[in-house]
Write a protein that binds this ligand. Structure first.
Ligand code: MRU
Length: 355
């Protein structure tokens, strides 16, 4: 079974006024879909990481803002727009780092404003189509990223990946995991090395599951083993996703990405950041301008353990993301091609006519 072909992790069920999501918190033990109908449920699903991954969050929010305003009964554009803005602002506060969330919600709002003279019923249909377009465009972008990343790789390579930037983190295929899926279809026989990705284990729970189920040769390691893997000569390249790429190429991604990149630099191993142009934030000059989400201390001290594994009352610091400085990144693989340093110049070139 290929997860890419068999799992639809985000689906609008318009007839039943619902969003149907794969609950990623239950993987790999349970493949369960949850049915969400309210803004509160959608907010909860994003903030608890039932749906996660930058593009997937954006798609969910776009469907969400449509669904949660579709029953607003009014003929007044102003009243409708005010309700829309309330839902938009609420969903935008569910997580701070991945720019796709804000990008998708802003795109929905711009669409709304561009059709303000139409009857409300027509506006609602246009909003539904816009959310669907955001989802469909993401699938196409991920496919392109996969093709572009594959052009950097050779059959049989050992590839290290971190967190989950897979099919379930996007509309389909994934970003950093897309070349694994396409490579699998084409007989590349990659050796995938997946780190657990403490504390929420997106690597072991999600990526290991996703790649194994798709037939890829996967080896799981703890986060602190990556230097030894590289020293063994087993890693030819690192492929990671991104939550926000600043205009100078500094990249926020799952906590641990920067550590991995520093170690990779030591061993002369390339680090490829894979992401759609929707994750590049040209309004954000550098990594210092990216807000890093802080999550609950209990994710470190208690979650996954039968008993606490840290003394009661211990202080913990739990940033969900880190910033990899641009000088540690070999290339940024996008749907519009592979971007090399100097990133400030070359990102500006590919983003020139992106809306
Ligand atoms: O906290 P998460 O699981 O949402 O973090 C996800 C990541 O860091 C991914 O690498 C990133 O969003 C890219 S997903 C295609």
């Amino acid at each position: 079974m290929s997860v890419v072909d068999n799992i639809v992790s985000i689906r609008l069920d318009d007839a039943n006024d619902a969003l149907v999501l794969l609950d990623q918190t239950l993987l790999p033990n349970e493949t369960k879909y949850i049915v969400l109908k309210s803004a509160e449920q959608i907010f909860e699903a994003i903030s608890l990481l039932r749906v996660r991954g930058a593009p997937a969050i954006g798609i969910t929010a776009a469907y969400g803002v449509y669904l949660c305003t579709k029953h607003v009964q009014t003929d007044s554009y102003e009243e409708f727009a005010a309700e829309f803005k309330k839902v938009k602002d609420y969903l935008a506060s569910s997580r701070p780092t991945a720019v796709n969330l804000f990008w998708a919600l802003n795109r929905m709002e711009e669409k709304l404003e561009s059709v303000k003279d139409l009857p409300i019923a027509e506006i609602k249909t246009i909003l539904r189509d816009e959310a669907q377009a955001i989802r469909d465009e993401d699938e196409a972008m991920c496919r392109e990223i996969g093709e572009n990343a594959l052009s950097l790789l050779k059959p049989g390579m050992g590839l290290l990946t971190h967190c989950n930037a897979g099919t379930i983190a996007t509309a389909r295929y994934g970003t950093a995991q897309a070349p694994f899926h396409l490579g699998q279809e084409r007989g590349y026989n990659f050796k995938a090395y997946v780190d657990e990705t403490r504390p929420l284990l997106q690597g072991s729970r999600l990526t290991a599951w996703e790649l194994q189920a798709s037939g890829v040769d996967v080896t799981l390691v703890c986060d602190n083993m990556v230097s030894q893997l590289m020293r063994n000569g087993w890693i030819d390249a690192c492929l990671v996703g991104c939550d926000r790429v600043a205009a100078n190429g500094d990249t926020a991604n799952k906590i641990g990405t920067a550590t991995l990149s520093i170690v990779a630099k030591h061993y002369g191993i390339p680090v490829y950041v894979c992401g759609p142009t929707t994750t590049i934030d040209m309004d954000c000059p550098t990594g210092d301008d990216i807000e890093i989400e802080l999550r609950k201390e209990s994710e470190i001290s208690e979650l996954w353990y039968e008993k606490r594994m840290a003394p009661e009352g211990i202080k913990a610091y739990n940033p969900a993301f880190d910033v990899t400085p641009n000088e540690l990144i070999t290339a940024i693989v996008t749907d519009r091609g592979i971007v090399y340093p100097p990133f400030d110049v070359n990102l500006a070139k590919i983003m020139k006519d992106v809306k």
